[in-house]
Design a protein around this ligand. Structure first.
Ligand SMILES: [Zn+2]
Length: 114
């Protein structure tokens, strides 16, 4: 249920910004979602359609989702590589001494007022 928590976070954050900036309508929100965050964009959209109707300023807001590509770093050879393709084993030196740099997070990239 990552998606429900994500949507709650988005709505809380946008609500604060809307109050602070005296926005009455939000046109769109761009959310970046990491490839290995476990968040499924389709579920996000479903929750979004449901949750936005409960507020007045988000009624017509569109949720745009962008992907943050997952990147892993190898501590033995210093190489970075795409996580989805090679997982925990470095394709250059076969080391498992690696860690994820990016791709496990999500954040709000842009909020567009109407
Ligand atoms: Zn390596």
């Amino acid at each position: 249920m990552h998606e429900l928590g994500t949507i709650s976070y988005v709505i809380d954050t946008v609500e604060k910004l809307a109050v602070e900036n005296e926005l009455t309508k939000v046109g769109s929100i761009t959310l970046e979602v990491g490839e290995v965050s476990g968040i499924i964009p389709r579920f996000l959209t479903d929750y979004w359609e449901y949750a936005k109707k409960k507020t007045s300023y988000l009624q017509d807001a569109e949720l745009r989702i962008e992907t943050i590509h997952a990147v892993t770093y190898c501590q033995d050879c210093g190489e970075t590589y795409p996580t989805l393709q090679y997982a925990k084993i470095c394709p250059r030196c076969q080391s498992a001494n690696t860690f994820l740099i990016t791709g496990n997070e999500y954040n709000i990239k842009e909020i567009e007022a109407m």
